[in-house]
Design a protein around this ligand. Structure first.
Ligand code: FHN
Length: 409
């Protein structure tokens, strides 16, 4: 029987709505995002030379946690090991790890301690199912190791993560993309067998009953996976080209880059505005999804100052309007091109994101709704019923430059 997350854990996850995703590792040194080992076909011995160069002297776990807190992010999901196979914590199962670099410290331990000190944010872990470095994943012929050796490593690391870092928000798997067997680089991606998900998920749900399990890009979540994920797309959309249009009856999570890359990319200046980020957060929430917003810290261990500034901008908006996001569920008032809604019981929050006139026309506003007011200060909003449509009149003065929230009760 495959276990699921506890309802307490699932409710917590759905209530918090906003998390920080962190892609950080050796690849930050090359500053060409997290796939550089593959995109530049860097041989393992060559890539391993980065270990001796990894020394993020400016890394400050409390600083990262305070940026997330200021942004209003309630969980932080960090890459414990990405596709390059390098572990960003002091694992007992590999020497290819951060504590064997000149840095010598365990940044994930320090993050866990900083988070535990605060108590209002939870840690989560990204774990790559594929591994471009492990001799039992990619080089079994040469190493003579078996797929079972890789599974022992993978499951062993997940056990460490679920045992050594306190109460977790989630375990976030990635890299099992059955359809990714197209070009000559099969060896980079070809799993040598099943990942034994039932055993893996049951172990997680046993060790961390309140943590959710997500497996990125699994077209249809498997038993034991508690959340359906969408990458670089809002639920049901597929502009990224690899998301399913099917939204299953599961809590959802949208993960997105704050610019165009997950890992640090020095040339990537395409950082989303605070306004755009708030719109993506509330559009995700209106579809019943969390928003996991990614940063790619620098090789010195800093979150890029502009990224921190934009995040704090979102936090400032949430300070005023968080009630319309935290603890809400998917809106029942259908989204329009300029407005979406979230719901908390019989209270509906309409998020007016753009304007084509002085009023916003909505359909599907429940009959029971009698009043409309600005969440900002309770100012009454003129509401007119026109057949099955409802008009909210929002003259310039009532608007918020980022997102005007109208409470319907
Ligand atoms: O290959 C990864 C990528 O590096 C990054 O981790 C994203 C995050 O969702 N997932 C994969 C691409 O789909």
């Amino acid at each position: 029987m495959i276990q699921q997350v506890s309802s307490k854990g699932l409710n917590w996850f759905q209530d918090v709505r906003f998390g920080m995703f962190i892609h950080w590792g050796l690849y930050a040194i090359l500053a060409k995002q997290e796939w550089v080992m593959h995109t530049d076909r860097i041989p393992v011995p060559e890539y391993e030379k980065l270990v001796a160069q990894f020394n993020p002297t400016k890394f400050n776990a409390e600083e990262w946690v305070s940026i997330a807190a200021d942004a209003g992010q309630k969980y932080m999901v960090i890459t414990s090991r990405h596709h390059d196979g390098f572990s960003m914590y002091d694992t007992a199962l590999s020497d290819y790890k951060v504590t064997n670099t000149p840095f010598g410290r365990d940044p994930i331990r320090e993050l866990a301690d900083a988070i535990a000190k605060r108590g209002d944010i939870k840690l989560g872990f990204y774990s790559s199912l594929l591994d471009w470095h492990h001799p039992a994943y990619r080089f079994r012929e040469k190493s003579g190791l078996a797929w079972s050796d890789y599974l022992e490593f993978l499951h062993g690391q997940v056990r460490e993560l679920c045992t050594n870092f306190g109460e977790l928000a989630c375990i976030w798997f990635d890299g099992d993309w059955p359809h990714h067997k197209l070009d000559e680089t099969n060896a980079y991606f070809e799993a040598g067998g099943s990942f034994e998900y039932e055993t893996l998920y049951n172990m997680i749900h046993m060790l961390q009953p309140d943590a959710v399990v997500l497996n990125n890009r699994h077209e249809k979540p498997l038993p034991g996976e508690d959340i359906q994920g969408f990458e670089q797309d809002l639920p049901g959309l597929n502009t990224a080209g690899f998301n399913t249009p099917n939204v299953y009856n599961l809590p959802l999570e949208v993960c997105m880059t704050i610019n165009d890359h997950w890992g640090y990319s020095a040339s990537d200046q395409n950082t989303k505005t605070t306004r755009h980020l708030v719109h993506l957060l509330v559009r995700s929430a209106s579809a019943g999804g969390n928003y996991l917003l990614n940063v790619g810290p620098t090789p010195l261990g800093e979150i890029v100052p502009l990224h921190a500034e934009r995040l704090r901008g979102v936090g400032k908006w949430l300070d005023a309007y968080g009630e319309s996001v935290y603890g809400t569920r998917a809106g029942v008032i259908p989204p329009t091109s300029v407005a979406v809604s979230t719901r908390k019981g019989d209270t509906h929050y309409v998020h007016v994101l753009d304007y084509t006139s002085d009023s916003v026309k909505l359909s599907g506003v429940p009959e029971s709704i009698q009043s409309a007011a600005l969440l900002r200060d309770g100012t009454a909003v003129q509401m007119e019923r026109q057949g099955d449509k409802t008009l909210l009149v929002l003259p310039e003065a009532t608007r918020d430059p980022i997102n005007t929230v109208v409470v319907l009760q």
